[in-house]
Design a protein around this ligand. Structure first.
Ligand code: GZL
Length: 309
């Protein structure tokens, strides 16, 4: 009898299906698609019932989705906030409904930190610093040369755009010859990245030496604009970008991109684990930072087979 009881205990009943409402930014980039795939696969794997809403990069759609999850009385709400501000009201409604909220990927600026339980995501300031450090080292090979930098920012008001700019500028301040002459948002998309780079090139004020793009998709769009202007991307104009998606590795293999700073989208498994702990009432870390590296073109061929997104 004892052994069967022990056996019973050993084969734990499957965890009760947890219902998660997830509001995703959109489908604007390769990074975002990989992030969505990771979340959906992890929910399936973990037996989590996932209610998934794509906001098409509009904050009002995320607010609507969160309100709908509250009305459906989900066990937990998770979301990647398209911009940092404007969340206090809807998060207070979730708190009043006693539904815990987890942030993934991007942070929010709220007056009351108790409005979310935890934030899993990258350190975007550090990603910007890594991009700046690559350029500092590259510029040191040709000391004294002025380098005219143009910058494609991510979505206006988003944590990655604000922080990647901050980290990059903090580091390049170390070399007064490195100057950002133009900076505009390409909204993290290839199409807008190409459009804004065309405008930078048309301005024809100073020769552009470097492009710093806040994500690979905008860099890939800019590469098309640079080629259409008769210039060689990666040679006439050095290109630094962030994410580490497959498209960036292919561009580096083609000699058109010089370095990509990894930003890991594969947060799905961590998110499901964290959601279970939160719903079980366990104390969890307020901030969980994803580990990530830097991939210059020289390692692209070796690295490409290992890439999972
Ligand atoms: C970063 C993520 C950014 C990616 C872009 O964690 O929020 O949004 O860098 C994506 O590719 O659009």
């Amino acid at each position: 009898l004892a052994s069967s009881a022990a056996f019973g205990a050993a084969v734990a009943a499957p965890a009760a299906p947890l219902v998660m409402g997830f509001s995703q930014v959109g489908a604007e980039s390769e990074w975002r698609s990989a992030n969505t795939a990771s979340i959906k696969a992890a929910a399936k794997q973990d037996g989590v019932t996932l209610k998934f809403a794509d906001a098409q990069q509009k904050q009002e759609n995320q607010v609507k989705a969160i309100r709908s999850f509250i009305a459906q009385k989900v066990d937990v709400i998770a979301f990647s906030p398209v911009v940092e501000s404007g969340w206090d009201t809807v998060l207070r409604e979730a708190k009043a409904a006693k539904i815990p909220v987890i942030l993934t990927d991007r942070a929010v600026n709220v007056s009351d930190p108790s409005l979310f339980v935890s934030f899993i995501g990258s350190d975007f300031v550090e990603e910007g610093r890594k991009a700046g450090r690559w350029l500092l080292e590259r510029a040191a090979k040709n000391p004294g040369a002025d380098l005219n930098i143009v910058e494609l920012q991510g979505t206006v008001g988003s944590a990655p755009a604000l922080d990647r700019k901050k980290g990059f500028e903090e580091v390049i301040a170390g070399n007064p010859k490195l100057k950002i002459s133009r900076s505009q948002s390409g909204d993290f998309t290839r199409a807008k990245g190409k459009e804004v780079m065309e405008a930078f090139l048309k301005a024809k004020d100073k020769k552009i030496d470097v492009l710093y793009a806040h994500n690979d998709d905008m860099a890939i769009g800019a590469i098309q604009a640079i080629e259409e202007a008769g210039l060689k991307p990666g040679k006439d104009i050095l290109i630094i970008s962030i994410d580490g998606v497959k498209g960036a590795f292919e561009a580096m293999l083609a000699g058109k991109l010089n370095v990509t700073v990894e930003c890991n989208p594969l947060l799905g498994p961590q998110l499901m684990q964290l959601a279970r702990e939160v719903v079980a009432g366990k104390t969890v870390a307020k901030r969980i930072t994803t580990l990530e590296g830097v991939f210059p073109a020289e390692v692209a061929a070796k690295e490409l087979p290992n890439r999972r997104y």
